[in-house]
Design a protein around this ligand. Sequence first.
Ligand SMILES: *[C@@H]1O[C@H](CO)[C@@H](O)[C@H](O)[C@H]1NC(C)=O
Ligand SMILES: *[C@@H]1O[C@H](CO)[C@@H](O)[C@H](O)[C@H]1NC(C)=O
Length: 270
Amino acid sequence: MRTSLALSSLLSVTSALSIVFAPERHHVFSNPPLEEQYYKIPSIHESAVMARRILHLASEGTLVTSFPEKDTKSNMAEQDVEALWGLPAGLDGSPIGLMEYIGDCEDDGNPTILAIDIATPFRNYKAGSNISLSVRWWPTQTHTYSFLEDKRADAQDIPTPHTPAALPRFSLHGHLEDLNMKDFRNARVAACFVRKHPDSVLWQPGNDVHSSKYVRFVVEEVFWFGGFGDRARIGWLPVEEWRNVTKQEIDELRLPGEKKQKAAWWKQWL
Ligand SMILES: *[C@@H]1O[C@H](CO)[C@@H](O)[C@H](O)[C@H]1NC(C)=O
Ligand SMILES: *[C@@H]1O[C@H](CO)[C@@H](O)[C@H](O)[C@H]1NC(C)=O
């Protein structure tokens, strides 16, 4: 019994290590040529559906912008904020990534963000920075690398080895557009955002502390990193593929490690 446990954990160590440390057999950061593909690599469309489901489930992402060059810093108020936060010299043009709340509230692949004027990404964007949004899929809160077999059903679903490097993430590139809150359709968008982020009621537009507004991140380019390259697609996805994923496709797909939906007990009565 003991021996077999030791042996099986040793085996899982070696199989995990062989995946991580045998790049000649396992493409990690790129897809192998067609004749060397041991696994079926998801199609561009399948990858786009995965990406759209990740966006749909995500509540946070990292907004990446860069600090303006000195002469483009617009006004005294901006300089005051920088003085307040103690921005070091020499960061002009340097990128900074910060977590922001997001919501997939328009169902068309353009996430909604509640932009606080004073926050770094939005100040940088206003001063002319480009912007990107990075989102990752990580189904459980386990951040350790487990060499032992995990028999839970949802854990087995995650591609081995159980490591965040094997799981999908993507980067969206595009621009921001203000949502006109006089348009009644955008009230629905705001309601969706607050459902996802109840704590954001504190900094909704019109609050006493910070000036804020809803913006739409209009996606123009999508870089997809589906996981290890021998079994997942890695590369830019055509933006039309990102946009034309349907609600039904998003609802039907399950991501690696995502809990299968159990039918509610009352559904059997209907
Ligand atoms: C933003 O990106 C474009 C290319 O897409 C580039 O021409 C421009 O210089 C960039 N702007 C800044 C402020 O880096
Ligand atoms: C989505 O867009 C791609 C690229 O334009 C096209 O090939 C594909 O047929 C479209 N799919 C649907 C379901 O409209």
